[in-house]
Design a protein around this ligand. Structure first.
Ligand SMILES: [Zn+2]
Length: 326
């Protein structure tokens, strides 16, 4: 199977040197925090700062020297990395402030928005930076206490470790990413039947949006085994592990997943949907999928494509390319 370029996936283009070794130097990080030229990416309760331009929405990245009040108000300044001019970039979490106070602090001509509402409209490198800032600030907010002994933790290494402050414990806690598999399941067809792919409708969507199946990886399980288990659980279709192939990955910090995309071939085509997991699942030919509407159109009952910024859409488009160009 030919493969679309994985670098076309949204949220995969953070153009920063994360300085993984140097950021362990607390003095260096402290000096960067006071550097007037440093840049600040504001996050308030999973929302990012976005401004309107002539060409659509853009991320608003602030200069520290012009945003001293805001930098001082931040509960946490997390070092994200150095940009191409070696200028440090920090995430500033102001989630502890009320909405009114947060809004009063941010620039007048911008708004605090959920990246999921417009991520694909923002230039890719900016959307990726906002997703990175959103993901790591969420992790900080949810890891204030040590999971072993319950003592408060403190931020270290520029915000890439939270250390337990109980000296007897002193366990480091690293930013967490939850691996989730997402898979395009194919029925390759035969001389009487066109190739088809398996798409499901989740009850979370009020409208008939059909997407690739997905699920979290469990402890003690390989990625390929997770693909086979999820497909069996959700639609009772058998996939042999040897027929599962990795395609691409995408950070999905909503709030903390890493989506691992696969293509797999089904061994049978009879579907039995688990009603606890899905409202519906069907095999669709390329011709049928090409009649689907965009996910955010207003056509009530017609099937819709997965969101534009998702790896589900990328996997589906990749499959369509292969089937229609074959
Ligand atoms: Zn502890």
């Amino acid at each position: 199977m030919r493969n679309r370029n994985p670098s076309s996936l949204i949220y995969t283009d953070v153009k920063l040197d994360r300085a993984g070794i140097k950021r362990k130097d607390e003095e260096w990080i402290a000096s960067l925090k006071n550097e007037g030229l440093s840049r600040i990416v504001v996050v308030w309760r999973n929302r990012n700062l976005v401004t309107e331009s002539k060409h659509g929405p853009r991320a608003l990245i602030l200069e520290r020297k012009k945003s001293i009040k805001l930098a001082n108000a931040a509960e946490e300044l997390i070092f994200l990395g150095l940009d191409s001019n070696s200028i440090p970039v920090f995430a500033a979490d102001i989630s502890h402030l009320s909405e009114d106070k947060a809004k009063a602090l941010v620039h007048r001509h911008c708004s605090l928005v959920d990246l999921r509402q417009l991520g694909w409209l923002i230039p890719r490198s900016e959307a990726s930076l906002l997703a990175y800032a959103r993901g790591i600030t969420h992790w900080h907010r949810t890891q204030r206490y040590c999971g072993y002994c319950g003592t408060p933790t403190k931020s270290q290494e520029g915000g890439h470790v939270r250390l337990c402050t109980n000296k007897q414990c002193a366990r480091p806690n690293f930013p967490r990413t939850d691996p989730a598999v997402i898979m395009l399941i194919e029925d390759p067809g035969n001389s009487h039947r066109e190739p088809r792919c398996l798409l499901g409708r989740n009850e979370r969507w009020e409208f008939p949006l059909y997407s690739t199946l997905a699920g979290f990886v469990e402890p003690g399980e390989s990625l390929e085994e997770a693909v086979a288990r999820e497909v069996l659980e959700e639609v009772n279709v058998v996939v042999e592990v040897k027929n599962v192939h990795y395609m691409a990955s995408q950070p999905w910090p909503f709030p903390s997943s890493l989506m691992l995309g696969f293509h797999a071939t089904a061994s049978n085509t009879d579907i039995q949907v688990d009603p606890d997991e899905l409202l519906d699942a069907r095999w669709f030919s390329a011709k049928e999928i090409m009649t689907f509407k965009e996910w955010d159109t207003a056509v009530a009952e017609e099937p819709r494509l997965p969101r534009r910024d998702s790896i589900a859409r990328w996997l589906l488009q990749n499959w369509l390319d292969n089937v229609t160009l074959a």
